[in-house]
Ligand binder design. Sequence first.
Ligand SMILES: NC(=O)c1ccc[n+]([C@@H]2O[C@H](COP(=O)([O-])OP(=O)(O)OC[C@H]3O[C@@H](n4cnc5c(N)ncnc54)[C@H](OP(=O)(O)O)[C@@H]3O)[C@@H](O)[C@H]2O)c1
Length: 238
Amino acid sequence: MIQKILNGKVAVITGASSGIGKAIAKRFANEGAHVVIASRDIVKGQDVVNEIVDSGNNAIFIQCDVRREEDIKFLFEETMKKYQYIDIVVANAGISGGKERVIDYDLTKWSDVLQTNLTGAFLTMREGFKSMVGKGGHIIAISSQAGIEGYAGKGAYCASKFGVRGLAHALAEEGRAFNINVSTICPGTTDTPILKASQTNVQNPMNVDAVADAAIYLATLRGNALVRDIVLERMILQ
Ligand SMILES: NC(=O)c1ccc[n+]([C@@H]2O[C@H](COP(=O)([O-])OP(=O)(O)OC[C@H]3O[C@@H](n4cnc5c(N)ncnc54)[C@H](OP(=O)(O)O)[C@@H]3O)[C@@H](O)[C@H]2O)c1
């Protein structure tokens, strides 16, 4: 029998009801992981669970709004109750916040982008880290190319994604003593529903598989290595 590379591992993935999170969830499950799909939309989340279970793999859905501390605590408590340990956490849930110049940006919209993308990642990584103390594990935060350079019309999004990288790098230093690895993936424009919301129109977006491949690489990292960021740029620009 072929040994799958994530056999028996438990992975919590926020924002796994769509796009990049869904692709990572399916890939992890195919490699033998027990996957916990966490997002707000029960129907979309359950559809992903059904797809995974129908192909003979393991997944459950736990409804969770990453902006709410009590939801994140519930997510990790329920996962620990069911599986007793967590090996991999992917802090992926995010929104685009549309496209508008900073001088026109509304405070309510700003707060929502920061609350979802940065505070949501903070809560996910904090509770994920606590669940790994004593055993170790890997936390993967989905930042963005917009977490490395600024883009006009994307001020709040860039601020949130730069923030996610800073937070992940700080947590990586704290993780050394606990054998908890913390990395980011910074994808360029990738073909998911978020593109419509962000009014991004490019001819050749990356495929979600590129991000899922990077997540598998991190989740199976060996040899005492710490990878801070994996930056994925589109190959053909246009
Ligand atoms: N696509 C790109 O070009 C690109 C590039 C770089 C980075 N990223 C990042 O990749 C991540 C995934 O985005 P995507 O492109 O896959 O977009 P997507 O298809 O729109 O997926 C976003 C996911 O986040 C979840 N979500 C949003 N707000 C949430 C909240 N408050 N609580 C819990 N879940 C929430 C959504 O689920 P529910 O609606 O069910 O809550 C959905 O599953 C984001 O962090 C995004 O910034 C994307």
